[in-house]
Ligand binder design. Structure first.
Ligand code: ZN
Length: 157
């Protein structure tokens, strides 16, 4: 019979394994990833640390984010985070999306708590905070999306 200490240790391993599986699933089966023409690209982010690249495009209708697409290459964290972003923000109002982006970036930097109400897939990125050099991988697409929302907001009359 395993002792209590051993049980909780393996429960933590299971959680990390689950988080890794979620990240790898988004990396291998990216959501809303398409080839973007140069004229469609609304934000172009680069992370020199591991050569990640993310380009984003979005469409807003009636103050709601109805479409988010990305294109990119790089490490699993950067690509998975972009894939998660497209799923999480679709259907949100522009202000909801902007608030979520700010909260996520601050949480990844350790400036705020990681919100337990964040969607499950997003929780998988919480482990990245232990590796400060990789935080940029996880946040670069979110910084890009912030610019996209600003651009779309500025274009509205
Ligand atoms: Zn990276």
């Amino acid at each position: 019979m395993p002792c209590a200490g051993r049980v909780s240790f393996s429960a933590m391993d299971d959680l990390e394994q689950l988080y890794q599986d979620i990240i790898l699933d988004h990396y291998k089966h990216p959501r809303n990833r398409t080839a973007l023409h140069d004229e469609e690209v609304m934000a172009d982010e680069e992370n020199p640390v591991c050569g990640d690249q993310i380009r984003l495009s979005a469409r807003i209708d009636e103050d709601r984010v109805v479409e988010v697409r990305y294109d990119g290459k790089g490490c699993a964290i950067s690509q998975a985070s972009a894939s998660m972003l497209t799923e999480v923000l679709k259907g949100k109002t522009v202000s909801e999306a902007a608030a979520l982006i700010q909260h996520f970036i601050a949480a990844m930097r350790g400036e705020r708590e990681f919100d337990p109400d964040f969607p499950e897939d997003l929780q998988a990125l919480s482990g990245v905070r232990k590796f400060p050099l990789r935080v940029k991988c996880a946040t670069m697409s979110w910084h890009g999306m912030e610019k996209v929302l600003q651009e779309l907001g500025a274009g509205r009359s």
